[in-house]
Design a protein around this ligand. Structure first.
Ligand SMILES: Nc1nc2c(ncn2[C@@H]2O[C@H](COP(=O)(O)OP(=O)(O)OP(=O)(O)O)[C@@H](O)[C@H]2O)c(=O)[nH]1
Length: 640
């Protein structure tokens, strides 16, 4: 098998399901013997964490070359295997690779995890930390510490990982090594006396990275001669093998033929295959405590694989390992088949993709305007746009996506509460008196940018209902600003505006900060008095005037001429916020009339008026699907 073939989303370690016809390869006897001879105290499990684009995948390539896993000059970014990862240049899936490294005459077994930098895929990062004792904290010398460096640092630090700072891109003219060193020392209080400075691109000094890993990161703490205890880290579906599980062996060992059971479901399985990721799956006879590898146990459905589950040998139950917090979807959209696309076909494609991306939630939904569809939940807007792109590219599906919404919390007078992810479920004006409080989710946003933009960024945050938490002056003119912001503002292209204001210099990260009471209202778009359900949105009352105006004028653009008058209104609660009218396209009934024939002219005009009146009362506006599509279109942005 070859590297770099297309892979599925969740189990991108494997080649594309549809193309996959053969079994996984087998690790050579020599490789297996070399691994078996290494004691656990010479294992090192580590990840690479950094801000988006600081060079994690490029450094991973160099390390894989250095340890002979791949050949020099192989396809770039071996561990970014999804089409979407390669095309967008972002990592969305954490990837693991086993490496053998000889240090001072002794073999070490290394497990490298390349993690996504983007906040939407943070759950991938925290999951991968469970098997690691340390991480390389990579900082791009031309950019210095950025928002996601800070967020990823705190996540790794809170999980007790030993952090080794590495400065990357030192080959660039814009590289400012002293600035990065200063920031690492002041921000993270890390010792910078022996920081490794590399160019992952040219390979300069990369040979200094693994000695630091071996010397500074502790080995995993499992017991090899013990009962089996393994953690399910990830899973994916492979057409040839069925469900494949990525596992971390905490104690004991795992072999083909062993009978194991899940602590979560109590279902027992026969182990059919085990192996290592090198970086593709290679079958081995055994995987032992401290190793990260894969197992195939004949699970029928991906849903049987609970990420964070513990498995034991049948008859030898023990204490389950600490699992993972489930990733909660924070952005919801309605999805509907575009004209000419069959619901059934699209339903199959969506279900297939959801099976491979377990953090997407899916529910059927029906809209009077757009017909049968689905409500999909995502971890963030980038996650949503990656999903949509994969659906279109990999399944050739064309869909209409409604405006994203965040989950709102409704507290009722009878002490019950409801989280709603669909504007349709927002309490109607008549039911409003049953509600005691409306709440919306907030996040704590971390932003870094040059100090000269501080005034403008503060203004932007205040205009987006932000509440300042902290300003930290980093070295050399950089500022780190923390603000509490409504999650809905981030979804509504706050980052695009921030980038615009700072000429592209700002970076942003955020973490959830709970729900807060909010003056929320549902805004609807009415056409001749009738609400279009698919376009309704929940928002803060202060936004309704401006958005109302934008809505009506934008929708008017797409309706164009109508045979009779059309009134477009934006209504918030029971108040009309904005209105536009499309005048009827008048047929020239007087065209053939002589100018002097006044009485005949009056008669014809009054007859035309009557005719229109009846059309209006019985007329049903035909809204073309392009109108919805045009109204909802907005290019996705990539956050950095
Ligand atoms: N000049 C220079 N460019 C580099 C270096 N390392 C990485 N790059 C470039 O920086 C860009 C981003 O590199 P990646 O390795 O994809 O970064 P990443 O951190 O994995 O990105 P995400 O997965 O999206 O978080 C690519 O265009 C690389 O070629 C380096 O040492 N020098």
């Amino acid at each position: 098998m070859v590297y770099g073939l297309r892979c599925n989303f969740h189990g991108s370690q494997f080649i594309n399901n549809s193309n996959r016809k053969e079994e996984s390869g087998r690790a050579s006897v020599e490789l297996q013997e070399r691994i078996r001879a290494i004691p656990i105290d010479r294992y090192r499990n580590f990840s690479i964490v950094a801000h988006v684009d600081h060079g994690k995948s490029t450094l991973s390539d160099r390390l894989l070359e250095l340890t002979g896993v791949i050949q020099k000059g192989s396809k770039a970014q071996v561990l970014d295997r999804l089409d979407v990862e390669r095309e967008r240049g972002i990592t969305v899936k954490a990837q693991t690779c086993t490496m053998l490294y000889n240090h001072k005459g002794e073999d070490y077994l290394l497990h490298l995890v390349d993690t996504p930098g983007h906040v939407d895929f943070r759950s991938e990062v925290s999951r991968s930390y469970a098997s690691c004792k340390g991480a390389l904290l990579l900082v791009d010398a031309s950019q210095g510490v950025q928002a996601q460096t800070v967020a990823n640092f705190y996540l790794a630090y809170s999980m007790g990982l030993r952090l080794i700072p590495v400065i990357n891109k030192i080959d660039m003219d814009a590289a400012d090594i002293p600035r990065s060193l200063d920031q690492i020392e002041h921000m993270f209080e890390l010792d910078t006396s022996d920081v490794v400075k590399v160019s992952a691109k040219t390979g300069l000094n990369v040979e200094q990275v693994l000695p630091a890993v071996v010397e500074k990161i502790a080995p995993p703490s499992g017991i090899v001669d013990s009962r089996l205890r393994l953690l399910l880290v990830d899973s994916w579906y492979d057409n040839f093998l069925g469900v494949v599980c990525l596992v971390y062996i905490s104690d004991g060992s795992l072999k083909k033929g062993q009978k194991i059971f899940s602590a979560h479901t109590d279902i027992s399985y026969d182990v059919k295959e085990v192996g290592i990721m090198y970086p593709i799956p290679l079958k081995t006879d055994i995987i032992t405590a401290g190793q990260v590898g894969y197992m195939v146990i004949g699970m029928k459905k991906s849903s049987e694989a609970h990420i964070g589950d513990t498995f034991f040998t049948v008859g030898q139950a023990g204490e389950p390992l600490a699992g993972f917090e489930e990733a909660k979807p924070m952005v919801f959209v309605g999805a509907f088949p575009a004209d000419g696309v069959e619901f059934k076909v699209l339903d199959e494609s969506i279900s297939h993709l959801v099976l491979n991306d377990r953090s997407v939630t899916l529910q059927k939904e029906t809209s009077t305007a757009l017909g049968q569809g689905w409500r999909l939940g995502f971890l963030g807007t980038l996650h949503a746009s990656v999903f949509q792109e994969r659906l279109e590219k990999e399944h050739g599906a064309s869909i209409i996506i409604t405006a994203p919404t965040v989950p709102y919390r409704i507290l009722y007078n009878d002490d019950t509460e409801k989280i709603i992810s669909n504007p349709d479920d927002f309490p109607s004006v008549e039911n409003r008196q049953k509600v005691s409080v409306l709440q919306e989710p907030f996040v704590e946003a971390i932003m870094t940018f040059p100090q000269e933009y501080l005034g403008r960024v503060i203004k932007l945050c205040e205009a987006h209902r932000g509440e300042q938490v902290e300003i930290t002056y980093l070295t050399t003119g950089q500022v780190l600003l923390k603000y509490l912001l409504p999650m809905a503002q981030l979804v509504d292209d706050f980052f695009g505006r921030l980038k615009g204001l700072t000429q592209g210099y700002a970076s942003l990260d955020y973490e959830e900060a709970g729900y807060r009471p909010s003056d929320l209202v549902k805004m609807e778009l009415l056409v001749n008095g009738k609400g279009i359900d698919a376009l309704a949105q929940v928002m803060h009352r202060s936004e309704t005037v401006n958005k109302g105006k934008v809505w009506v004028s934008k929708f008017k653009e797409y309706l164009k001429y109508q045979l009779f008058e059309v009134v477009i209104q934006a209504k918030a609660g029971n108040k009309i916020m904005a209105r536009e009218t499309i005048k009827a396209k008048r047929k020239d009934v007087l065209a053939k009339l002589h100018a002097a024939d006044i009485s005949r002219r009056k008669k014809l005009l009054s007859r035309q008026k009557e005719g229109k009146k009846s059309m209006k009362s019985i007329g049903n506006i035909q809204i073309p699907q392009e109108a919805y599509q045009g109204f909802l279109s907005r290019a996705p942005t990539k956050k950095k």
